[in-house]
Design a protein around this ligand. Structure first.
Ligand SMILES: [Zn+2]
Length: 227
């Protein structure tokens, strides 16, 4: 890899430069080779003991990023995959909220479309909007749990349900907010809550293990879930 074959001769890649008038493909091949040559020492690929592979080359070019601490809050467990996507964007504050659209001159207002009382930011939409928090409070009453911690004395199953329920709630609020922008009418919180409970109940019912602890069983019965 430290060498490049050119017109039957081998030249050091860090020496060889393709002529400016050479073929576009050839110049790009040389560019890639030049980049990868930084991963070699004494002709050996230094990022994998087994030698160069497409995967190790790709990882090296991408750069190694440590996993974010909160990835388990968003992926895996009982969380619905499409809810994970919205959860991921919320963690990165990457949803196109009106606050952001207004800042970029795309929206003529930054007001929350659900309550019309405050700026529609990520924090507002999911944790302080009057419309949303009413739904969250009712959801927590139904579950007999605080969806967003502390979860110290909760069973493993209850913790799984809390993670799943929180992202289901965020997904439903974000969907509702998008529908409202298009249809210009706000659904009653009780209707949104009813749909949210259906989603959560269905998810628990589908993923329930064959055996559950008696304390979990009592809790599930209180949610009208058969076990
Ligand atoms: Zn609001």
């Amino acid at each position: 890899m430290g060498y490049i074959r050119c017109k039957g001769r081998e030249k050091r890649s860090n020496v060889y430069k393709p002529p400016p008038d050479s073929n576009w493909n050839w110049r790009n091949i040389c560019k890639v080779k030049e980049r990868l040559s930084g991963g070699y020492q004494n002709g050996l690929w230094i990022h994998d003991a087994k030698g160069y592979s497409i995967r190790s080359g790709y990882d090296w070019l991408q750069g190694m990023h440590p996993p974010v601490q909160w990835y388990k809050d968003v992926w895996g467990g009982w969380i619905v995959p499409k809810h994970s996507m919205v959860g991921w964007l919320i963690k990165l504050e990457a949803l196109n909220t009106r606050e952001k659209l207004y800042r970029h001159g795309i929206s003529d207002s930054d007001m929350c479309v659900l309550c019309e009382e405050d700026t529609e930011s990520h924090a507002h939409l999911f944790t302080s909007c009057q419309f949303s928090t009413q739904i969250l409070r009712e959801l927590e009453n139904w579950l007999h749990l605080q969806v967003q911690g502390p979860h110290g004395n909760y069973s493993k199953m209850q913790r799984k349900v809390c993670s799943m329920a929180w992202l289901a709630y965020c997904y439903v609020i974000w969907t509702e907010r998008n529908n409202n922008r298009i249809e210009l009418q706000v659904k009653r919180p009780s209707l949104v809550l009813k749909h949210l409970i259906q989603v959560i109940r269905g998810r628990i019912q589908n993923l329930l293990p064959p055996r559950v602890k008696s304390t979990d069983a009592q809790w599930l019965i209180s949610l009208d879930i058969k076990c």
